[in-house]
Ligand binder design. Structure first.
Ligand SMILES: [Zn+2]
Length: 102
């Protein structure tokens, strides 16, 4: 999948909104809650590599889909994970707009 699209689009294939989002409308959902150290939104004082590591465990979802994923009602897979290490330039550009990274 196109990495640019990954950063700006909700990764739920059944998302009602198929267009592009502003980054502030997107959130990070941990695919495997057991691997979660903390919420990305609470990591603003953490080191950048730790934030990157945490984001790499997450799927980008919009604010509508995230609560549904938290209820375990979305089928998400590892192919949807945020692969930001391959695209750090884009990440630097987008990160300031993501919830919690402002
Ligand atoms: Zn969505």
């Amino acid at each position: 999948m196109d990495k640019v699209c990954m950063m700006y689009r909700c990764q739920n294939p059944d998302c009602k909104w198929q267009g592009e989002f502003h980054p502030c409308q997107l959130t990070f959902h941990h695919l495997d809650p057991k691997k979660k150290i903390t919420e990305v939104a609470k990591m603003e004082s953490w080191s950048f590599p730790k934030i990157v590591a945490e984001i790499s465990k997450c799927v980008v979802l919009c604010r509508n889909c995230h609560p549904i994923a938290d209820k375990g009602r979305l089928s998400l897979n590892e192919g949807m994970l945020c692969n930001i290490l391959d695209n750090l330039d884009l990440f630097y550009e987008v990160a300031p707009y993501f919830e919690g990274l402002r």
